[in-house]
Design a protein around this ligand. Structure first.
Ligand code: ADP
Ligand code: TYD
Length: 210
């Protein structure tokens, strides 16, 4: 995996569906902008063409193998890096991303070979920081039920429990090369964000104030 040599930091939020990633990513981008620190919030699967193919797969509009799905995620990521992430980092803009390759590893490993998945993502940029929100699968399902009309491919308690176990294995596997923090996501939003802010303070981003 490639180390970030740009001044802009690449910060990723990970966790189960409904764990609050998008909420915390949004708060962080907003806080950065308030402190006059340039930031760009983004997410995977993207809003581009390949991201659309993925969303329709997840919604059961078409079918293929789990390997095909995870290769689409990797292709979507390659395009995301080229079109959005690298251009922002080059302009010293911090990128805050909701999901990245640890999602491919944690979800993909339910049905695909983990080493193969890691190889398929090997040429991609390593995040400067990955924050994983630890949230109970039952709580995640309840949060999602409030705002969804249909259930997507991975959105079942049993599957989410296994995905969580995969996240924990990934923390062990990548702890020597990546900065990964696991924080408790089953707290009120402001309390979680306070912890996020403290972690960011340790990353020495110019202009960051608590
Ligand atoms: P994700 O991006 O991980 O799927 P979201 O940030 O979209 O999760 O949150 C899913 C739902 O749960 C949203 O309705 C959001 O407002 C709510 N939510 C997010 N964080 C919390 C929290 N800490 N406590 C209670 N509800 C939350
Ligand atoms: P998303 O729509 O971001 O889910 P949520 O907002 O509910 O967290 O992600 C779509 C699903 O795709 C999610 O269940 C996780 C899965 N996924 C993978 O399997 N591999 C990947 O590389 C990524 C980015 C997501």
């Amino acid at each position: 995996m490639i180390k970030n040599r740009y001044e802009g930091k690449f910060i990723v939020f990970e966790g189960l569906d409904g764990s609050g990633k998008s909420t915390q990513a949004g708060l962080l981008a907003k806080k950065m902008n308030k402190n006059s620190i340039k930031s760009h919030k983004t997410f995977e699967p993207t809003q581009y063409l390949i991201g659309g193919l993925i969303r329709s797969f997840l919604a059961n509009d078409w079918k293929s193998s789990p390997d095909c799905l995870q290769l689409l995620f990797a292709a979507d990521r390659a395009y995301h890096l080229e079109k959005e992430i690298f251009p922002a980092l080059k302009k010293r803009i911090n990128v805050v991303c909701d999901r990245y390759f640890f999602s491919s590893f944690a979800y993909g490993a339910l049905d695909c070979d983990l080493d193969w998945l890691i190889k398929a993502n090997d040429n991609f940029l390593l995040p400067d920081l990955t924050i994983i929100l630890k949230s109970d699968p039952d709580i995640c399902m309840k949060r999602m039920a409030k705002e969804r009309f249909s259930v997507e491919l991975f959105e079942k308690v049993g599957k989410l429990q296994k995905v969580w176990e995969n996240y924990l294995r990934l923390v062990e596997r990548f702890k020597s090369e990546a900065d990964i923090r696991v924080i408790n996501g089953d707290r009120p939003v402001p309390e979680i964000f306070e912890e996020v802010e403290k972690i960011i303070a340790g990353k020495k981003i110019d202009g960051w104030k608590l």
